[in-house]
Design a protein around this ligand. Structure first.
Ligand SMILES: [Zn+2]
Length: 377
């Protein structure tokens, strides 16, 4: 076969192969289909390359990805009634009366940016997603190859997400001195991009890579470049194929996940994918994210706890407060007599402890809050 590959043609070819239950789909096969090497097949108008010849997201491609998010966004945000005037007045009073308000945020606020949460009806768990655990990541090199191959592809979609109305409203409240500081469970860095200056990322961030050997931290963009340099065919294949509808073969069957991971159908996975090692010590690299089964680093957990202990109220937004690393903060606030407010669609672990609970979309709640009284902008 000697295909002149466009992403679409390649997708059609892959679709044909999938009917034959082609379980493992490596670059060697891709190369065969394409008649001799993917890097040369850059017919997609959206593809651009850097000085190393590695694919980058063009502005047009970025718009295309963002457009996809706009379609997905509606599905990802759980249904909820608008907040009542009574709820909004209570929240206004809650914020107004606090001098040192700490806000705790979770994955629910980033659904408005196209990143799914875990536990809501349309969240990642609803489609059977099982996030990688710390122990699984450590166990075998094969697991890490699979993780990084998927994560490389998913990173660019993650990067295309923009801060949503909740991120922006919280940044406004912070700039007006009404929010002392944010503690987030999210790893997407959208608070920073919205303008919040000093959010504590309790569970780390996908924007850094961490060496398990020497502790060296590397910027994720640099790591992505190293992956691309080591796996140019994979990088080009990702660039060529991800233009399809979400979930289709043309997108590798990719589904974005809240921790920056994505799913790629196993038939697309590349066995000979190479993972860069630490440049300082040759150690194993992992995203600077607290995977399930691991603990929040002690210093960071203590910093978050000290912040809560110095606050006079805590507002939790977009979190079911299920995981212990964040529930313990809420419990500590209650134990010291601080009021806790919750804005979340669906039950949370702290509903019985809260003095205020609003079940509505956080973006709508906080945007309307910014039109009220002394908080108006
Ligand atoms: Zn190292």
């Amino acid at each position: 076969m000697n295909y002149r590959c466009s992403g679409l043609q390649l997708a059609h070819s892959l679709r044909g192969m999938s009917r034959h239950r082609c379980a493992k789909w490596g670059v060697a096969q891709l190369r065969t289909l394409c008649g001799g090497g993917l890097p040369g097949h850059q017919s997609s108008a959206l593809l651009s390359t850097n000085k190393h010849g590695c694919a980058q997201v063009s502005s047009e491609s970025r718009e295309s990805i963002v457009g996809t998010y706009a379609v997905k966004r509606k599905e990802l945000i759980p249904e909820a009634s608008p907040p009542s005037d009574h709820d909004l007045r209570d929240l206004y009073r809650f914020v107004e009366e606090s001098q040192n308000l700490v806000v705790v945020t979770g994955a629910g606020i980033s659904t408005e940016s196209g990143i799914p949460d875990y536990r809501s009806p349309n969240g990642a768990y609803s489609s059977g997603f099982k996030p990688i655990t710390h122990q699984e990541f450590l166990r075998t090199a094969a697991t890490r190859r699979r993780y990084w191959a998927r994560s490389y592809a998913g990173w660019r979609q993650f990067m295309a997400a923009e801060p949503g109305p909740t991120h922006r409203a919280l940044a406004q409240l912070e700039s007006k001195g009404r929010v002392m500081r944010i503690i987030t469970q999210n790893v997407d860095r959208l608070h920073h991009r919205a303008g919040s200056t000093n959010a504590i990322e309790l569970h780390g961030t996908t924007h850094r890579v961490f060496c398990l050997g020497c502790g060296e931290l590397t910027d994720r963009h640099k790591f992505q470049q190293r992956v691309c340099d080591l796996n140019p065919d994979w990088a080009a294949a990702v660039e060529a194929l991800e233009k399809g509808e979400p979930g289709s073969d043309a997108s590798f069957g990719m589904k974005q996940r809240p921790d920056g991971d994505i799913e790629i159908d196993s038939r697309f996975f590349q066995e000979d994918f190479l993972v860069p090692a630490c440049e300082q010590c040759g150690g194993v690299l992992k995203p600077d994210v607290v995977f399930f089964g691991d603990n929040v680093p002690k210093a960071r957990a203590e910093e978050a706890m000290e912040l809560v202990m110095s606050s006079d109220a805590v507002l939790a937004v977009g979190s079911s407060l299920t995981v212990m690393s964040v529930f313990r903060l809420i419990r500590a606030a209650i134990e010291r007599g601080s009021p806790v407010g919750i804005v979340n669609i669906g039950p949370t672990r702290a509903d019985e402890l809260a003095s205020l609970k609003i079940e509505a979309r956080s973006g709508e709640v906080l945007s309307r809050l910014l039109t009220m009284g002394s908080l108006a902008i």
